[in-house]
Design a protein. Structure first.
Lengths: 426, 412
């Protein structure tokens, strides 16, 4: 007779020997480094060009993001339409993204079309012209998008909490306004493009089922571009943390929910506490079985979801708790978050709960490393953060061995109500 | 080509196995053939609320998530108008944990009152977060009611009204479970680092003893053919005017569905699509514009949805959209444009098939449609579509009598 009450035996995930599939590194003729990973079953691949062209280097608000966005909007030879048509015809996706330190141009395609696509990517990096008309459309549509987003309490809360943490002039804390879009002009973009793309610093990541001649293809397309010839400017941005800790913002008179953000500054990945706090964070609010989720969603039903996480920035991080809760329960929700912080400080975590978190994190890591794009993305994160494979092994070791006493000490050190900014936007 | 093996247990449970030993993981996907369309019109939102309750403990196991997480696994679920799908992924060594958990909740839930009470609140917060506390949040509630008079696609998966969820009782929950959650109404897909023999053994062991239950006979009212253009004009506290238009299209396995899929690509798929180029870039009537369809199993909708540039009036924008639709009805599209959207379809399929989890859910979805192997042959159906097909079906779809138009005006 089958005993359904008894769980089947499991292999502890902490017993797993996790491997990060190694990359192959090569250098193009102009010194651009390429990290490549050949793996996968489908005939697809990605090529990502990372430029040090994030908003860290801009002297005027939103220049970095606008330049990045408009890379696809016209070259000396091709209109925006012709560029889109080219990539669309081959069923390829060319996406751009602008972060704080870096900005990216990312191609996803069936491998067979790569030779048709790389030359046009290269053209975007040398021959973009940023047509006035395209810029005008972009400005108009972005301003409109902003008016819609500003009606959303979560969008407003995300902007404000970063401002309190880093200051409105810091790349991590600043945000766009209609005036910023008004103020930007074509010359700003051309200057930024020339300095940070055409003559910028670039690293390439490629993964998937790579053709045998991937190195030649990349070298032909990008190896003679004037990249990586000049040193990056050294830019320092002081963090200016707000002095006031608690904020209650009324954004929409008809709002039925409040966006809650609680956050404190936290050091970056190089700090010895970082990996250990990742474990503590998982326990606190990092997954479905976390204390915040179990208490505030699964026991009290105050919210559809509540999460805590360490922000993913290079220079400095922040520890964030984020949720949306009904107007009548958001005060109770905040009180419960603080109670959970106090519990972590006051009571040692039970071994069985810690064991569960260790297993969950290992399983989740195993699943995160499944597939070429996921693996190269982890490598990219390490490389851009100045870390190496040792970091991976150390982090795994931390998951397996960090003790309940250490976690309690970390809770005492970091999870203090008075260290957190508290924001509600309705 | 996605290889799979298929067998059926005595109790009617269909099982599909997709072996892929390049991954250390296994995925267990359980699809139940029940969606929001199977709800009582007075108790909408129930299929989705029920999905939440499936995590509130089963007859022998008080908590679903904890043992799965302990085995290194993660899970989630979603509900659509057509189906409810549960999936978990875990290290392949621990796959039996997933069989134990999934089979127990197929056998019976614990029907905990506390779970119902809490999840009612959670779903109400979900409702507020996505549909009340967001600009344009109620737009699709209105459009569905405008476009469908009869078929239960009239309401959203989240439910017609908060009160339907607030009023759900434990008896409703039990009745719903017994009607829809049994082996003959479910499809199990196991994918990843497993063997078919192993899955056979585990399926017999854990799912085999579950009573067959009564096969639910679906008998939904068909949507009558629409015979006149419909129009709704509303004003709301939003920053910009929005235009939404929909047209009825054919059911999931009909040729017209595949043609409609390509039509949405031609009109609105990406930066080189017709409507983006003409209406966002050239005429600058819209600040954003999308064209898509719902992928529904029964006859669904093709939609065009856009936010207007401030100062443009809705009637002019609507007219410009109709001009584009005239073109696709009257002029044959050229070969290279057709080739472009076919290439895109090929590429979308290849990218979708990259992850084991998405292969597993696709197999379950195609099995639900009647034949899992469609997953491997569907591209051919797209390849067979001609320029003439595009033109002919455009005429049928974009017939004015088949259209529904919503002007969503900004109060400001």
């Amino acid at each position: 007779m089958l005993n359904r009450k008894k769980s089947p035996a499991i292999v502890d995930a902490v017993e797993f020997h996790l491997q990060l599939k190694p990359y192959t590194k090569f250098t193009l003729d102009n010194g651009v480094e390429v990290y490549s990973l050949h793996a996968g079953a489908q005939e697809v691949l990605m090529v990502e060009m990372v430029f040090f062209a994030g908003n860290w280097y801009e002297e005027k608000n939103i220049v970095a993001a606008t330049t990045n966005f408009m890379l696809k909007n016209g070259t000396k030879q091709k209109s925006a339409f012709a560029i889109n048509e080219h990539f669309d015809f081959y069923g390829a996706y060319l996406n751009r993204g602008c972060q704080n330190e870096t900005a990216t141009l990312t191609l996803h395609t069936l491998g067979k079309h790569l030779p048709k696509l790389l030359p046009v990517m290269s053209e975007l990096l040398t021959d973009s012209v940023f047509p006035e008309e395209e810029l005008a459309i972009y400005k108009q549509n972005q301003k409109q998008r902003l008016t819609i987003n500003l009606k959303k309490c979560d969008f407003v809360a995300n902007r404000l909490i970063d401002k309190y943490l880093f200051g409105v002039d810091h790349p991590y804390g600043k945000f766009s306004s209609a005036e910023d879009y008004e103020a930007i002009n074509r010359e700003d973009l051309i200057y930024y493009y020339n300095k940070f793309y055409t003559h910028g610093k670039c690293i390439i990541f490629t993964a998937g089922v790579l053709p045998a001649d991937i190195k030649e293809q990349l070298n032909n397309a990008f190896g003679s571009l004037p990249l990586n010839q000049q040193p990056l400017p050294k830019v320092v941005h002081p963090t200016i943390t707000a002095t006031e800790k608690k904020y209650n913002i009324s954004n929409d008179a008809n709002g039925v929910q409040g966006a809650i953000r609680l956050a404190r500054p936290f050091p970056n990945r190089h700090h010895p506490d970082f990996s250990k706090v990742q474990v503590l964070n998982n326990l606190f609010g990092g997954f479905f079985g976390s204390r915040l989720m179990s208490n505030i969603r699964e026991d009290k039903g105050y919210t559809y979801g509540i999460h805590s996480y360490l922000q993913n920035m290079i220079e400095q991080s922040a520890w964030m708790v984020s949720t949306e809760a009904g107007k009548d329960v958001f005060a109770a929700t905040i009180a419960e978050v603080y109670k959970e912080m106090a519990r972590l400080r006051d009571d040692k975590i039970e071994e069985s709960e810690l064991h569960l978190v260790r297993n969950f994190m290992m399983g989740s890591l195993l699943s995160d490393l499944d597939g070429p794009f996921q693996t190269i993305s982890r490598w990219k994160s390490y490389i851009l953060n100045g870390l190496d494979e040792n970091y991976f092994h150390k982090a795994i070791n931390t998951i397996k061995t960090v003790s309940a006493d250490e976690l309690q000490e970390l809770a005492k050190k970091y999870l203090n109500e008075e260290a957190f900014f508290e924001l509600v936007v309705v | 080509m996605v290889h799979y093996n298929r067998f059926v247990l005595d109790n009617g449970l269909r099982v599909l196995v997709h072996e892929d030993n390049s991954t250390p993981m296994a995925v267990v996907n359980v699809l139940y053939d029940v969606g929001a369309k199977d709800e009582d019109p007075a108790k909408t939102g129930f299929a989705h609320l029920f999905e939440h309750l499936m995590f509130g403990g089963s007859i022998h196991i008080p908590d679903y998530d904890e043992p799965l997480q302990r085995a290194g696994g993660e899970n989630n679920a979603y509900t659509t108008n057509d189906l409810t799908n549960y999936y978990c992924s875990l290290p392949a060594e621990n796959i039996e944990t997933a069989f134990w958990l999934e089979s127990d909740r197929m056998l019976s839930l614990a029907f905990s009152k506390k779970s119902l009470e809490v999840q009612r609140k959670v779903v109400c917060e979900e409702f507020k977060e996505h549909y009340i506390n967001k600009p344009y949040g109620d737009l699709w509630f209105k459009m569905r009611e405008l476009a469908f008079t009869t078929h239960p696609y009239r309401w959203m998966t989240i439910g017609k009204d908060l009160s339907h969820i607030e009023n759900a009782t434990i008896d409703d929950v039990k009745a719903f479970f017994h009607k829809h959650y049994n082996p003959s109404n479910a499809i199990l897909v196991v994918a990843g680092n497993v063997t078919t023999d192993q899955v056979k053994g585990l399926s017999e062991k854990w799912f085999g003893p579950i009573p067959k239950g009564d096969k639910y006979q679906r008998n939904l009212p068909a949507e009558p053919k629409q015979t006149g253009a419909k129009m709704m004009d509303v004003t709301a506290d939003v920053p910009l005017d929005a235009l939404v238009k929909t047209w009825h299209i054919e059911a999931r396995l009909e040729k017209g569905y595949y043609v409609a899929d390509l039509i949405t690509e031609i009109l609105g798929g990406g930066g080189s699509s017709r409507m983006y180029q003409a209406l966002v870039k050239e005429k600058q009537l819209f600040s954003s514009l999308d064209c898509y369809h719902f992928g529904s199993i029964d006859k669904g909708l093709l939609a065009i949805e856009g936010k207007l540039v401030k100062g443009v009036n809705l009637e002019d924008a609507d007219k410009a959209v109709c001009e584009q639709l005239q073109k696709i009805q009257n002029d044959l599209i050229d070969d290279s444009e057709l080739q472009k959207v076919k290439n895109k379809t090929e590429s979308v399929i290849a990218f979708e098939d990259m992850s084991v989890m998405s292969r597993a859910s696709s197999l379950a979805n195609y099995e639900l449609l009647g034949d899992a192997n469609l997953m491997n042959t569907e591209l051919d159906r797209y390849q067979a579509i001609t320029s003439e097909d595009i033109k002919a079906y455009s005429k049928i779809i974009f017939d004015t009598d088949n259209s529904n138009t919503l002007y969503y005006r900004s109060k400001n």
